[in-house]
Design a binder for this molecule. Sequence first.
Ligand SMILES: [Zn+2]
Length: 262
Amino acid sequence: MESALLGRQITRAFIRRPDLRTPFPPDLGQVLTGARIVGFRRRAKYILMRLDRGQSVLWHLGMSGRIVINGPRDQKHEHVLLECEGGLHVAFVDPRRFGSIDLVATEAEDQHRLLAHLGPEPLSDVLTGAFLLAAFAGKRTAIKLALLDQTLIAGLGNIYVCEALFRAGIHPLRPCNAVRKREAGVLAAAIKETLNEAIAAGGSSLRDYVQASGELGYFQHQWRVYGKEGEPCPDCTGAPCTGVQRIAQGGRSSFFCPQKQK
Ligand SMILES: [Zn+2]
């Protein structure tokens, strides 16, 4: 998406409805028309498309939203359509309408109400063992739930949390304050490894959002415990693995090996 759109001018903007989950800014069409796209940024589950007029478009794709570039037209669910120079068209398609679009001053992106409370990006230098240890101090919450909390770390999905805890050998029900210093360092590294491997396997940043199904690029990737209930995990080599277990935490599935993760 970035390479196709960067530097292009939006020649016309069609705003086909007044809202999705929240109302569109009344001047959305006006701001988009004639603007040039000068950059992209991803923050948690949001995409920021920066315009040459000091404003950024903040997209949240919700459950079913996707951005389709020069794809087949879907008039019914195509709520916003941008015609760009060179004949390129970009559609924001969202059948269930859980997504949102807003405008924010580029220099104040991080102060937007949807972004202001977010924790650091998992691949940023901020995420270290020391950071996790400080965040976990005094918390009796299960570590799995803490890691899914966007105010602690932004944009860390359920699958990644399951896989990172497995690699770090930490049980998903472990209270945060029972994580030791050495484990916090191992966990920080495990989070980054898990994400980097997924990205290498095709689930990369902005590209995730432009796939037809709206799913992140998970398909090709081999997970170690996620979705593997009842199967042996790959790490129990000495003693035979008793099998991956699944429990529900906060309405989401946690997969773990009770033998490896304590
Ligand atoms: Zn095992």
